[in-house]
Ligand binder design. Structure first.
Ligand code: ADP
Ligand code: MG
Length: 140
């Protein structure tokens, strides 16, 4: 499988509980390399732009409020099949359905406050990485 890059976000519920290092250890233990990372505070408008694809969903406003409620850590993960591998390490959206040992099974508080975001396909990964990082910040 090819080396891929994917966009990851450690969400406000997790940064608030000081879980950045424990979550990063899950990525590294799975063979994903954190090749770029920064801690930022999104405005609600910025969160809304990032999650525009969900604008028609009933939870959109709540999701944007939540993503702007505290700092997030945005990251680029790299590795063999990184997009799918990251989704495996994250676990299902709803922590009640997430497999044992996944980030969401261990750390997520609810289906909304679920600790991490991960891109779901090569096209969205490229778009989402470009949303947060310039080419100069990606040194591999
Ligand atoms: P994923 O993050 O697993 O790719 P989605 O893309 O479907 O999941 O949803 C984006 C985010 O929206 C989720 O991670 C979660 O924070 C929030 N979300 C999804 N479904 C719900 C829901 N039923 N109620 C509240 N928030 C939700
Ligand atoms: Mg998604």
């Amino acid at each position: 499988m090819a080396i891929e890059r994917t966009l990851s976000i450690i969400k406000p519920d997790a940064t608030k509980r000081n879980l950045t290092g424990k979550i990063n250890a899950k990525f590294e233990d799975a063979g994903l390399r954190i090749i770029a990372q920064k801690r930022i505070q999104l405005t609600k408008d910025q969160a809304g732009k990032f999650y525009e694809v969900h604008a028609a969903r009933p939870f959109y406003d709540e999701l944007c409020e939540f993503m702007a409620s505290g700092p997030v850590v945005v990251q680029v993960l790299e590795g063999e099949g990184a997009i799918g591998k990251n989704r495996e390490v994250m676990g299902a959206t709803n922590p009640a359905d997430a497999a044992a040992g996944t980030i969401r099974a261990e750390f997520a508080e609810s289906v909304g406050e679920n600790s991490v975001h991960g891109s779901d396909a090569p096209e969205t990964a490229a778009e989402e990485i470009a949303f947060y990082f310039s080419g100069l910040e990606l040194v591999g």
